[in-house]
Design a protein around this ligand. Structure first.
Ligand SMILES: NC(=O)c1ccc[n+]([C@@H]2O[C@H](COP(=O)([O-])OP(=O)(O)OC[C@H]3O[C@@H](n4cnc5c(N)ncnc54)[C@H](OP(=O)(O)O)[C@@H]3O)[C@@H](O)[C@H]2O)c1
Length: 177
């Protein structure tokens, strides 16, 4: 089975978007010119698993921002819902286990797992190996959370933390098996 890897930005109070999905706080983080390691992370990724809500957002990006195949996790969508301009890149999967099985069928070793609910489902399934979490120095008060309920505590191993002149603080954690 492929291993799941997270690379995500949160507010200090742990939100990945405003309640309406707004990312303005992220876009105004004033960190242009800093290398936060996204490309190095992506260079080691074979495919992406993304929640349907995040997919709805990235569909608005022009140009399409990914050069890896994308599995969209959804119980509602089917292949007819995929816009034609991304149809060559995108496949719908209905569960975490279907996503992992599809990744394995394609020979993937490492998948980028994106979207809060999706990351939570992968964590609960024991399918995340490590997480790079970049904290933006802002409190939002409310929003869509990165983390949520789990079946049990999940101890993490801190690997490294680095900070940037903009005030971004990035930590990497491994999820011991
Ligand atoms: N700050 C950042 O770096 C960052 C990164 C990524 C995303 N975001 C933002 O986060 C927001 C979306 O995150 P989110 O937590 O709301 O949602 P999400 O994980 O992107 O998508 C949630 C949807 O994925 C599907 N899903 C999730 N778990 C599932 C499971 N176990 N089985 C089957 N389907 C499952 C469901 O789709 P259906 O309802 O279709 O069944 C669910 O409604 C967006 O606003 C996006 O812009 C921010």
């Amino acid at each position: 089975m492929p291993t799941g890897h997270v690379y995500i930005a949160t507010s200090i109070d742990g939100f990945i978007a405003r309640l309406d999905g707004g990312l303005d706080w992220l876009e105004s983080a004033n960190s242009a010119g800093e290398d936060h390691g996204y490309q190095a992370f992506m260079d080691r990724i074979d495919g992406i698993v993304m929640g349907r809500a995040t997919f709805d957002v990235v569909l608005r990006f022009d140009p399409w921002p990914y050069d890896r195949p994308l599995l969209v996790l959804s119980r509602k969508l089917d292949s007819a819902d995929i816009p034609s301009h991304v149809a060559d890149w995108v496949t719908i999967v209905q569960s975490v286990s279907d996503a992992l099985a599809e990744g394995q069928r394609r020979g993937w070793d490492r998948v980028y797992v994106d979207g809060g609910a999706t990351i939570q489902a992968f964590l609960d399934a024991g399918a995340i190996s490590d997480m790079v979490i970049t904290r933006i120095p802002v409190l939002l008060g409310t929003g869509l959370p990165l983390f949520g309920p789990l079946s049990d505590d999940l101890p993490l191993r801190h690997v490294e933390t680095r900070s940037f002149p903009s005030g971004l603080v990035q930590s990497r954690y491994e999820v011991p098996r």
